[in-house]
Design a protein around this ligand. Sequence first.
Ligand code: PEP
Ligand code: MG
Length: 570
Amino acid sequence: MRSHLKGIGASAGIAIAKAFRLVEPDLQVTKQRIGNRDAEEQRLRQAISRAKKEIEEITDYVNRELGADKAEILAAQTLVLNDPELLNPVFERIRTEGINAEFALKESADHFISMLEALESEYMRERAKDIRDVTKRVIAHLLGLSITDPGLISEEVVIIAEDLAPSDTARLNRRYVKGFTTDIGGRTSHSAIMARTLEIPAVVGTKQATSTIEHGTVVIVDGLEGEVIIDPSPETIAQYEAKKAQYETQKAEWAKLVHEPTVTKDGLHVELAANIGAPVDVNSVLENGGEAIGLYRTEFLYMGKDRLPTEEEQFVAYKAVLEKMQGKPVVIRTLDIGGDKELPYLELPKEMNPFLGFRAIRLCLDRQDIFRVQLRALLRGSIYGNLRIMFPMIATLDEFRVARDLLVEEKEKLQKEGYEVSDKIQLGIMVEIPSTALMADQFAKEIDFFSIGTNDLIQYTMAADRMNEQVSYLYQPYNPAILRLVKNVIDAAHANGKWVGMCGEMAGDPMAIPLLLGLGLDEFSMSATSILPARSQISMLSASEMKELANQALQLGTTEEVIELVKSGS
Ligand code: PEP
Ligand code: MG
């Protein structure tokens, strides 16, 4: 069935490949009487051995691609499938009661899961999770369904999913996953940000991808326009192949700017930095001519594990990034967990409004045991490059001061222990909360720099959840209210001799760049793939004209008026 979906272009480029549905199957089971009890036992044995084989394959893959520590997690799952305490009662019930294997297995597993979950021990609760995962896999086989693991894809595909958890996105193999499209999410949801980091074309928030696209159908993901074409005709495929080639040519033009500085027509230099989620991302930053790292989201070090990363593991990661950047600035943000980024092993209570809840610096100031480990790792890494430390989600000056004091304490402790720590570390905060943007003059006296996190600043200013398409019309980067807050931060910083960056997605948005340049932003931090197009755009703009343009925009009433102004004036 030929058709076409509209969504949000979350990562540029065009992908044409077969659809791979990453959708959890319906694993509901009902109690049934079966005729042949031997055959039913045999069916269960087969399903168990298929599940074992699958887990082995996943373990091998994870071991190879992601390291032995992550593979360890899966070893516990194999044990479950050899556990007589779980399985013997299932075979027993099939034999004596003549009921279907899936129902007997589900009941036995549920019994163990509720027993383990009732215990205090975190270890036991983890085992409950293993039992749940493994039985799901066996039941899927019994029902003739399968549970797919995105890390195991080994042919060229476009992924179709309701949403992708950041940990799923992190495991996608770029070699095979040519693009993805989801039902929910916006440009600033973390799966979208990851797609840009991995340079995988993506369209998110289509609302209907999973309900309309069948597994195996050819689809085109046009991340430039935010369109998905399902089962295209040969003519359409040819047309998109041409568009893809054109985009590649454009990219080749941009590539000529890799080693150039970023300078406006009238000679103003600004810094183009990149946002990263892991040390490997630095390669793409350097390939794309990044002058700095403006945001290293360290939370990915904490995700996709079943425990907190150790000081040593963190130190190795931070050192690697600093060394690879060879003295260029590297802004590392301390842990920003919460919102749409969960850490199941911390077992935090579910919240009504996770984006307004116990996240980022709030959690770190409460769980100082976790925070101090990160600060130590950062401080120890500081001698390997040009480190700047940044605290996320600062709402009050007090929060900043407490966090800063902890950093100072850890520095002194390390020095007493004989470690060398750089004395050139700049310390900054993210401006993501309107209270902080409004109080920038006070903060500016105590910080070394600001980095404006518009992904959150917009959602908090407009009271519009960044994950909710229903209110995405309110998610307005060019609203004069946002521009005024940005101006307030930049003016306050400059009055105190401090610099201001922006690491929200707005910094790489071609419509926002003229305005931000005009407002005096010093550093623009974006997905690595946006750097060269931004450098090309900035080289054609005049900073003094953009100042004029920004001043006019600040006096307008609506987003639409600002867009009109930028279109006519830049
Ligand atoms: C932001 O809020 O703009 C930001 C960069 O942080 P994150 O997207 O990780 O919340
Ligand atoms: Mg944020």
